[in-house]
Design a protein around this ligand. Structure first.
Ligand SMILES: C[S@@+](CC[C@H](N)C(=O)[O-])C[C@H]1O[C@@H](n2cnc3c(N)ncnc32)[C@H](O)[C@@H]1O
Length: 474
């Protein structure tokens, strides 16, 4: 009788049954705590909202709740460094890998801020506004790519170029970084664009030929007003926090601060170079498997940081596959593991991936739906396949670098395509189990994410799980 029922269960249902005792609704981890929104009282997060980030409170909660003493913590998808800096505040030595220069720049600014003299910054700001208008021949600081062309009103573009030229001449490196950061944080506000998930939305006032319903983003600030307000905010926050360290207002200051180590590049290449059994804790959140394109969302910030179209395209392809544009990286990964004499690891990861029945089921269902034209885009099946394959490598490496009894916490959302739920939490946990983690808990946030309106129309309103996984190395 039991066997008959099992036969009719899908592989995803069987995997659900296997992990069902680990799934637990976590009422203390609501969406606000998990998302960047809980950071808004903290200075740096207030200055630049990285909406893809999680909260410092989440990091501090797991480090305090599960670690018996401070040690080393890693985030291979570091973003703006929430894990790294929250860990540092609690006395941890932290390491982060981040591919996108946007996150790396915010982390560098954060480090510069700890060494800044506020009075000197204030003086420099005063001087700057009278000196910028005198700058001449500054037209080539901002080089647009096709997706950013005409993003700024002409006078803003001109001021931006002068500002960047002025910054480049500043002797004091930290002040230069903070000035560059101030303008970096207002690029959206002073442009005709609005960040909107997969693409930038364009205001009707831009010079672009736009189709569809005109979009009005509201007031567009002048460059000077926006940067002035931002620098004032930064100086005010720095001044009011001068007695305590800027970022430690909610914590007892610790006596010995350990370093924050930032590695720029892809974790697919950098994780394999880290030592075995080195980390006590990993707290991370990879991009979700939801087609969100960071390189388009942050296109203005990327060109501002000096990236040209080839470099932006390369970044897009190096990201963990989560957009329909990502090509597969399997050959590259094979070559890479070959170059570090680790082909057996490459083969082991591929075997683990292929041995996952739930993964194979998802791939075959999506291929089938694709053939029937039932997916919104015919690269979705490829994206999902590669998303999991690449994360399989990441999870192997995370298990390898974690000490015995150490933890890995991962925040991620499940997704749905063509009406089929893809249990990201279960499939990744199955990989993790194969690589030496115990699956202690899969914390499910009380309210999952709604579906896109398009999918709701087709399949009714159901929610996919949004989870925080807690894995412990055996
Ligand atoms: C969900 S966000 C993490 C945000 C982070 N928890 C924070 O609070 O700022 C995922 C990050 O992974 C980065 N990323 C994507 N592919 C990567 C790769 N191959 N290597 C390293 N980082 C990558 C993205 O640029 C993004 O910043």
């Amino acid at each position: 009788m039991y066997k008959t029922i099992e036969i009719f269960k899908s592989e995803r249902e069987k995997l659900f049954d296997r992990f069902t005792d680990r799934l637990e609704t976590a009422y203390n981890l609501n969406r606000k705590v998990v998302s960047f929104q809980a950071n808004k009282e903290e200075p740096i997060y207030r200055w630049f909202k990285y909406k893809e980030g999680f909260s410092s409170a989440l990091v501090k909660y797991f480090l305090s709740e599960y670690a018996s003493e401070v040690g080393t913590v890693l985030d291979p998808f570091a973003g703006v460094g929430t894990t790294l800096f929250a860990g540092q505040e609690l006395g941890w030595e932290s390491y982060g890998i981040e591919l996108l220069p946007v996150g790396a720049f915010v982390m560098q600014t954060r480090q510069a801020l700890t060494e800044i003299d506020v009075d000197q910054l204030r003086e420099n700001v005063k001087k700057m506004w009278s000196e910028i208008p005198k700058m001449e021949d500054c037209n080539n600081y901002l080089n647009h790519i096709s997706i950013t062309k005409d993003a700024f009103p002409d006078e803003t573009e001109e001021y931006l170029n002068k500002y960047l030229s002025y910054c480049s001449k500043l002797q004091h490196k930290h002040i230069q970084t903070i000035f560059r950061f101030a303008a970096f944080t207002v690029l959206e506000e002073i442009s005709y664009t609005r960040k909107d998930g997969q693409y930038l939305r364009w205001d009707y006032r831009s010079k672009r030929d736009l189709s569809g319903k005109p979009f009005n983003k509201g007031k567009i600030l002048t460059f000077k007003d926006a940067v002035k307000a931002k620098l004032n905010q930064i100086i005010q926050d720095l001044t009011s926090n001068q007695s305590a360290s800027l970022f430690e207002q909610f914590e007892k200051p610790i006596t010995t601060k350990k370093s924050v180590n930032i590695i720029e590049g892809s974790c697919l290449e950098h994780l394999p170079k880290l030592e075995n059994n080195f980390f006590d804790f990993i707290i991370t959140s990879p991009p979700y498997c939801n087609r969100y394109d960071y390189t388009r969302t942050y296109a203005l910030e990327l060109i501002y940081l000096g990236y040209d179209s080839d470099q932006v395209r390369n970044l897009r392809q190096s990201m963990l596959s989560c957009t329909v544009e990502n090509k597969e990286k399997i050959e590259y990964l094979e070559q890479f593991y070959g170059s570090i004499n680790q082909i057996p690891i490459f083969e082991n990861v591929i075997k683990t991936y292929n041995n996952s029945n739930a993964m194979m089921e998802v791939n075959s269902i999506l291929d089938g739906l694709n053939r029937l034209g039932k997916l919104n885009n015919n690269n979705i099946a490829r994206m999902v396949k590669n998303y999991f394959l690449e994360l399989c490598f990441v999870i192997y490496e995370m298990a390898r670098v974690t000490k015995s009894s150490g933890y890995c916490v991962m925040v991620n959302d499940n997704v749905r395509y063509g009406g089929e739920e893809i249990p990201v939490d279960l499939i990744l946990s199955e990989f993790a189990e194969n690589f030496g983690f115990n699956i202690n808990k899969i914390f499910v946030l009380p309210k999952g994410k709604g579906n896109s309106s398009q999918q709701m129309g087709n399949y009714g309103r159901t929610e996919v799980r949004k989870c925080v996984y807690l894995w412990q190395k055996r």
